[in-house]
Design a protein. Structure first.
Length: 298
């Protein structure tokens, strides 16, 4: 199947490469020429813009950052919508508000296209291995077209209903937990370091104790190595936890713990770390306490 992938960041590139490995014809579009070149080197095809990525495709995957970018790559100049064939599926894998997803499904239906609400989780490594978790919702017709794609990129696909928007709601809850866990991991590691515990030993103990979490085990090594090469950036969680809080406000639902985590990511971004890996939220605590969690490996 010919598939367009719009957005070749750490997650989008992994998805595109998994599809190439599965034998699909993949056209990739990204604002960064180097990302497109990397896909071509792996057997994919270059698309100069979103419209070119969508040309002739039965399915287009959107892996961009936010709803403004979704709007731009679909309906902006050289947007994908004008090139999509009738009956094609837009697989929306960006983290966006559920209300936006629902409205987008209605807009796409007016032009004879289908929406599969399909946010993803698992990180860049699992994206490259085709082992993502997908929280999806959409019509039977959309799933019928998307099934080979879902099989190629995911280890687990949750089918949450036939209405787009449910998948985005579940992803919002996931991001609440993910952001809180990263901020809490940074706080815990900084506290232990300030109190005199060896950070690497602390990581080992907590990883094998009740206080551990997937995010603790995944992100604390970045802190210990002092390696903040962005896999998922601080700014992503400024955005995603902001989305969580917006959702809470719309439902008149208090989210004090998410709000506290959001403030820590905002503090990290305001301190100049917005483009670094989200584990760089630990630098807020390091600066306050005059410590460094990083410990070189022996």
């Amino acid at each position: 199947m010919r598939i367009g992938v719009i957005g070749l960041g750490s997650m989008g590139m992994g998805v595109a490469l998994s599809l190439v490995k599965a034998g699909h014809e993949v056209a990739g579009s990204d604002v960064r020429a180097a990302a497109v070149e990397s896909l071509v080197a792996a057997g994919g095809h270059a698309a100069a813009d979103p419209a070119a990525a969508a040309e002739g495709a039965r399915l287009v995957i959107l892996m961009v950052v936010n709803q403004a970018q979704v709007e731009a790559v679909l309906y902006g100049p050289k947007g994908a919508i004008g090139a999509l064939v009738a009956g094609a599926v837009v697989m929306l894998s960006s983290t966006v508000p559920a209300q936006f997803t629902e409205a987008l499904a209605a807009r796409l239906a007016e032009t004879g296209h289908l929406l599969l609400d399909a946010p993803v989780s698992g990180g860049a490594a699992k994206a490259r291995d085709g082992q993502l978790t997908i929280m999806s919702s959409g019509s039977a017709e959309a799933y019928a077209i998307a099934d080979p794609v879902l099989t190629a990129v995911a280890a687990t696909v949750y089918r949450l209903g036939d209405r787009p928007g449910i998948g985005s709601t579940v992803k919002t809850v996931n991001q609440l937990l993910a952001g809180v866990h990263i901020a809490a991991a940074a706080e815990a590691m900084a506290l232990g370091t300030r109190a005199g515990a060896d950070p690497r030993q602390l990581y080992e103990v907590i990883s094998n104790s009740a206080g551990g979490s997937w995010m603790f085990q995944n992100r604390v090594p970045h802190m210990l190595d002092g390696d903040f090469t962005p896999l998922s950036s601080v700014e992503i969680f400024v955005k995603d936890l902001g989305l969580v809080l917006d959702t809470g406000r719309s439902l008149r639902f208090p989210l004090p713990i998410a709000a506290a985590a959001h403030q820590q990511f905002l503090a990290a971004a305001a301190s100049g770390h917005g483009g670094e890996d989200d584990a760089a939220v630990v630098k807020v605590y390091e600066g306050l306490a005059g410590i460094t969690v990083a410990r070189p490996k022996e």
